[in-house]
Ligand binder design. Structure first.
Ligand SMILES: [Zn+2]
Length: 176
C-alpha cells in the first residue's frame, strides 16, 4: 500500500474514531483487513419504517436510497464539487467518502476510489437490469448508494460510482 495514502487514511480514521467514539486501534484494524467488507456488527443499525424514511428523505432520495434507483447522470450538484470535506450518508449521516478520494470518472456520477472505511459500506451482488454488479450500501441504515467497479484509478483500482443524492457533503472535516 502507498505509504502516504496509508498515513492520510489513518488521519481520516482518527476523525471517524472521534466521531463514533470507537478506539482508533479498532478503526485501523478494520482498515487493515484485506478484501471487501463483510459487514460490521459494531454499528448500531439505523432502522426506520418506509413511512419514516419518506418523511426524512426527498422523493428522489427515497427512490434511489430505499428503492435502489439511479439518479440521472450529470444531475448531482456534488459531481463537480472538489472542496475538502466528507460525504456522509443522506439517510443517517455516517461518513462514507472523503473528498481526498474523489476523482472525475467522466461517468456523470460522483466517483471515489475508496470509502472512508471499508466497514462503513456494505457490498452485495446485484443482478438487476440484466447486469451483474456489486451494489454499495450504507452499512448503518442499509441505504442503496451506488455500485463499485474494478476500473478505478490507483491506489485501489476501484471506482465507487455513487448517486450524489444519497450523499450529503459536509465541508471541512478530514482535512488533507
Ligand atoms: Zn446511512
Amino acid at each position: 500500500m502507498n505509504r502516504r495514502y496509508f498515513i492520510k487514511s489513518g488521519a481520516t480514521l482518527g476523525v471517524a474514531a472521534v466521531l463514533f467514539r470507537i478506539p482508533l486501534a479498532e478503526a485501523l484494524a478494520q482498515k487493515g483487513a484485506t478484501g471487501r467488507a463483510k459487514g460490521a456488527a459494531a454499528f448500531k443499525k439505523v432502522v426506520k419504517t418506509d413511512e419514516e424514511w419518506r418523511r426524512i428523505l426527498t422523493v428522489e432520495q427515497y427512490r434511489v436510497m430505499r428503492e435502489k434507483g439511479t439518479e440521472a447522470p450529470g444531475s448531482s450538484s456534488l459531481l463537480k464539487n472538489y472542496a475538502k470535506g466528507t460525504n456522509v450518508c443522506a439517510g443517517c449521516a455516517l461518513p462514507l467518502f472523503s473528498s481526498k478520494t474523489k476523482y472525475d470518472s467522466h461517468t456523470g456520477w460522483p466517483s471515489f476510489w475508496s470509502p472512508i472505511a471499508k466497514r462503513n459500506v456494505r457490498e452485495e451482488q446485484d443482478t438487476g437490469d440484466g447486469m451483474t454488479r456489486t451494489e454499495v450500501l450504507c452499512n448503518r441504515c442499509d441505504a442503496h448508494l451506488g455500485h463499485v467497479f474494478d476500473d478505478g484509478p490507483d491506489p485501489t483500482g476501484l471506482r465507487y460510482c455513487m448517486n450524489g443524492v444519497a450523499l450529503k457533503f459536509v465541508p471541512g472535516m478530514g482535512r488533507a
